[in-house]
Design a protein. Sequence first.
Lengths: 187, 187
Amino acid sequence: MGLMTSQPTAPPGPSDARRSPSEAADDERLTVMGLLAEAFGGLATRGAVQLAEHGMAPVEFEVLLRLTRSPLGLLRMTDLSAQTSLTTSGVTRVVDRLVDRGLVTRQACDTDRRTTYAVVTDAGRALLERALPDHLALIEQWLVGPLRAGGGEDLDTFVRLLRRVRDHVVPCATAGSGGPALPRPAD
Amino acid sequence: MGLMTSQPTAPPGPSDARRSPSEAADDERLTVMGLLAEAFGGLATRGAVQLAEHGMAPVEFEVLLRLTRSPLGLLRMTDLSAQTSLTTSGVTRVVDRLVDRGLVTRQACDTDRRTTYAVVTDAGRALLERALPDHLALIEQWLVGPLRAGGGEDLDTFVRLLRRVRDHVVPCATAGSGGPALPRPAD
DNA sequence: ATGCGATGTCTGCTGAAGCAAACATTGCCC
DNA sequence: GGGCAATGTTTGCTTCAGCAGACATCGCAT
């Protein structure tokens, strides 16, 4: 799989079948994936710490950000779940919490009574705008800054390659979210 | 912060202070971070689906992998927690599950009765080695493959830049795990 | 108009993970 | 040799998110 088309550059070294099983545990591919996991995990942890200083969980920040970016500051629950890392069930409860804190309100849709909109309040916008500068500075310090350190091209190169991976792995994000859905964990 | 040394390439566009607040929600830095989150999230989801087909959760795979990579197939609980994305408490329970399934055993240390080792069993090694080929193929298809598609240098470049970010953001991983610990979320 | 599948949201239940505290053990200082 | 802080592991409690199912609503075909 993945080898149906002739591969531009074959993986160096002996093929999987020729190696001892325990040797596969040190495969270069695991290293790349591990690097990605560690880098993202570290950034996520630092981000979570900082958002917590503003009284926000990462998912709450994400919801407030998506709502604020939306033209009318409002989004259907389902669309929110599509744009975030949550299921519709998860969105229901996150919005519950945000409503309790007055950062978001629910608003009925007058053309379709099934849908309810989540609307960001002034307090929600205020909280987000209070946290954003710190958050941007954090990304600058730990992600974008290091990439600029080696010359101006590194950042652009990284973004270009990262976008290529993203577009492969998350087909929905490429076009207008019309692509096939990403599989969900089963067990 | 991050700007103490003169910056090689200043961020283009007006500074944060000069922009309208709502404009900060579209900052380029959020885009990069979002790209990273989407790419990693997509890969993690696909990985979780595939590991589930082998009856494993991602953390269980991680634990089995670390134990198998260890010279004697054995690691202290604390070291396991340092190498994975779990707290010691989390490691306790994951190992509990793995012990219940016969993939791991606990073994007392005869020189320090506080420490208990987690030891991977033959069944654990077998399960890991059954799942590894599929897992490597998945990483090849969705991460490494796309990066090779644009010529042989892209993969190396990506790994080099990614490692730079990782080394900045996870100081412990650079040397012999002797660095300062990563902060944990507070709220 | 009426029935019916599709769609949007919410709720009961479950499993997983973190924090804080409990407990056991060690090494050290006196 | 006896406290005593530090270290290693586990446990109680809580929070959070997913799945599956319930419920309401919509749009369409007849």
